[in-house]
Design a protein around this ligand. Structure first.
Ligand code: CMP
Length: 140
């Protein structure tokens, strides 16, 4: 089915100047960018976005990392977009990520792991709405 998912290129990958390389992987896999913005997240925005992880031991480090520099936030659209994006990203821990995935190629650690992607269709809708009003998402 045609789906949308939320993707974030994290501060480490923005700093490495690989936004275009990562967008190219989305496009080659048939995912279209239907909304996008570069943004410096506030602490409050990062905490709200990752609220489900609030009780996890890595929460504070995650928030600190996500506000350490600008991020690129995009909604991607395509057939099976949620799973397709997760396959492109590879495992959360880059040490476990398959060769040729975004995290295997660009991530340094489980914290600085280059990209975020929604883990379910339900969360994708919530996460897209967190960053983009409906008028800023372009069906194409
Ligand atoms: P992300 O997909 O953005 O969702 C939560 C993030 O927490 C995850 O990617 C990792 O960057 C980070 N994180 C740090 N430690 C862990 C861990 N042990 N398990 C899962 N995520 C972790």
């Amino acid at each position: 089915a045609l789906e949308r998912t939320l993707s974030i290129i994290k501060p480490d990958a923005v700093a490495k100047n690989v936004i275009g390389e990562i967008y190219s992987r989305f496009e080659k896999a048939g995912l279209k960018v239907v909304a996008a913005k570069m943004k410096q997240l506030s602490r409050q925005e990062a905490e709200g976005f990752y609220a489900v992880h609030r009780e996890r031991p890595f929460f504070n480090a995650l928030v600190e990392f996500m506000i350490s520099g600008p991020v690129m936030v995009q909604a991607l659209e395509g057939e099976g977009a949620v799973l397709k994006n997760r396959e492109l990203m590879g495992a959360t821990n880059p040490k476990e990520a398959e060769a040729g995935t975004i995290r295997a190629d660009f991530a340094d650690s489980i914290d600085a792991n280059a990209v975020h992607g929604s883990d379910s269709l339900e969360n994708a809708a919530v996460e897209i709405a967190y960053f983009f009003p409906a008028t800023d998402v372009f069906a194409r």
